[in-house]
Design a protein around this ligand. Structure first.
Ligand code: SAH
Ligand code: SF4
Ligand code: F3S
Length: 486
């Protein structure tokens, strides 16, 4: 078998970051990444099981892979569907050699040894047994401007609809010392933005007892060179006021909290086993709104959970109005294997789910249309993420996690030394993204932008000062990782 691999990743940010760790581990073990699956000796498929008959889609995809089966080609199914379906995957797709859930990735080097020795049915399945976390120094950091750190793995909440407690294992946190050591390694690579990850990131409990979650946030914000700290996803149950206080006290902590409510109806929340009420949730929102900083709030919502009445759904709509989120991710309930809700009658017809989701999204769009108005004429610091050459815009993100599309002013050197009048030259340059003499700011650059136009999902503006370029270390890291994809 040739030591080349191809990886494809689905699912949440934690899955994407797991892939960075898996890729780093494979490279460490002497494998080389290829971007064409036809050239790979080992094909890895990092799967998600959250909604919509995910396992059927995986088997469908595996069937497509089967056509690729060449001499010595091996397949690994990893991630949440792997943990959920387990050895059934070998029955349905006998050409698969590895089936491994995320709680077993620390054993990957050993699994790869067995694969290379010719074994064909290698499993890494955990079933909520392990207390260990996958901390590795060999993460392939493929993101050009943001370093991810998983601080807590698994989930112990068992919401009635959700597969995660079964696919990701027990809730278990890393020591704050190990998190901070990783934050320092990330800063040394030149990154200025860190995102802390966990299915319920604020359920974090430091095994060494040294720091609370809010204290850990502050400590990461104090790491030399770190300018932005994000964290996701927060759960309302463990959402404590000291998190808001930490954001208020420390500008490096981004003014954005993703706090999924799922439903605005207390009786639906009870059926969902979320273990909080509408009032409990709104109390946490009130803390956030009382902060000195303008903290942006976002949420996830499920419509059409079994038994959701028109009145329950109306409660969700009024909650949207009351909170005034800056974004929501709305989903139609979908029954999932192993979950308690699979035993409930999926009572809401598909067309009602579709209609409720459409109403939800339409209302939210109106809320955002009004909300985003507050940014008109504001000046905000934006971190560059990329460029939209078709639209002649630079794409960046505000601390609040809002997308900002903007243009650069032409530089003095571009304006001078040409045979045109200054005004004519300026008009010519404004239409072009990278006029002669101006360089596009690299991802990870910071730049102050004045907002000139607002849309329900994005802001548009003009840079009012030159960009602050990323450090040479980050540029070197970006060049290195241009060969890595996750
Ligand atoms: N731990 C996070 C959510 C992780 S899953 C939390 O508790 O908030 C991401 C989102 O997927 C959830 O917030 C939920 O809105 C949605 N989701 C999970 N299971 C679902 C299901 N069976 N049907 C529809 N949406 C679901
Ligand atoms: Fe799923 Fe609930 Fe855990 Fe979130 S808290 S991952 S929704 S079980
Ligand atoms: Fe999907 Fe697993 Fe994440 S089910 S959403 S990849 S935790």
């Amino acid at each position: 078998m040739s030591k080349t691999f191809y990886i494809e990743t689905f699912g949440c940010q934690m899955n994407a970051h797991d892939s960075e760790k898996v890729v780093g581990t494979l490279i460490r073990e002497g494998y080389q990444q290829v971007i064409d699956e036809a050239e790979a000796g080992l094909i890895l498929y990092n799967t998600c099981s959250i909604r919509d008959k995910a396992e059927q889609k995986v088997f469908h995809r595996l069937n497509e892979y089967k056509r690729l089966q060449g001499e010595g080609k091996r397949f690994a199914v990893i991630g949440c569907v792997a943990q959920q379906e387990g050895e059934k995957i070998f029955e349905k797709a006998p050409y698969v050699s590895i089936v491994a859930g995320s709680s077993s990735y620390r054993n990957l080097p050993e699994m790869l040894d067995r694969l290379e020795a010719g074994e064909t049915r290698i499993t890494g399945l955990d079933d909520r047994q392990t207390d260990e976390t996958f901390d590795t120094e060999f993460t392939a950091r493929s993101n050009p401007y943001r370093g991810y750190i998983t601080i807590i793995e698994g989930c112990d909440k068992f919401c009635a609809y959700c597969v995660v407690p079964y696919t990701r294992g027990k809730e278990r946190s890393r020591t704050s010392a190990s998190v901070l050591a990783e934050a320092q390694r990330i800063a040394a690579l030149g990154y200025t933005e860190i995102q802390l990850l966990g299915q319920n990131v604020n359920s974090y409990v430091d095994p060494s007892g040294k720091r609370t979650f809010a204290e850990l946030l502050a400590a990461v914000g104090e790491v030399n060179g770190i300018q932005r700290v994000r964290f996701t996803t927060s759960h309302p149950r463990q959402f404590t006021k000291d998190i808001v206080d930490a954001i208020d006290a420390m500008p490096a902590l981004c003014d954005h909290i993703h706090l999924p409510v799922q439903s605005g109806s207390t009786s639906v929340l009870k059926a969902m086993q979320r273990e909080y009420t509408r009032e409990w949730y709104l109390e946490r929102i009130a803390w956030t709104k009382a902060a000195n900083r303008d903290i942006s709030l976002t949420s996830d919502i499920i419509v059409g959970f079994p038994g959701e009445t028109d009145k329950d759904f109306e409660d969700t709509i009024t909650l949207l109005d009351e909170v005034g989120y800056d974004a929501i991710y709305g989903f139609k309930y979908s029954p999932r294997p192993n979950t308690p809700a699979i035993h409930m009658v999926d009572s809401i017809p598909e067309e009602v789910k579709v209609e409720r989701l459409a109403i939800l999204n339409a209302r939210q769009r109106e809320i955002q249309r009004a909300n985003y108005q507050r940014h008109l004429n504001q000046t905000m610091t934006v971190m560059v993420e990329g460029h939209n050459t078709a639209r002649n815009q630079i794409i960046g993100r505000s601390s609040q996690n809002k997308t900002v599309n903007f243009t650069m002013p032409p530089t003095e050197s571009a304006l001078n030394g040409h045979g045109f009048s200054r005004a004519g030259r300026e008009a010519e340059i404004r239409g072009a993204l990278a006029p002669e003499g101006t360089a596009l700011p690299a991802p990870g650059s910071y730049i102050d932008v004045r907002i000139t136009q607002v849309f329900p999902n994005s802001l548009v503006g003009e840079a009012i000062a030159p960009a602050v370029a990323p450090s040479p270390a980050l540029l070197a890291q970006q060049a290195l990782n241009a060969r890595i994809t996750v």
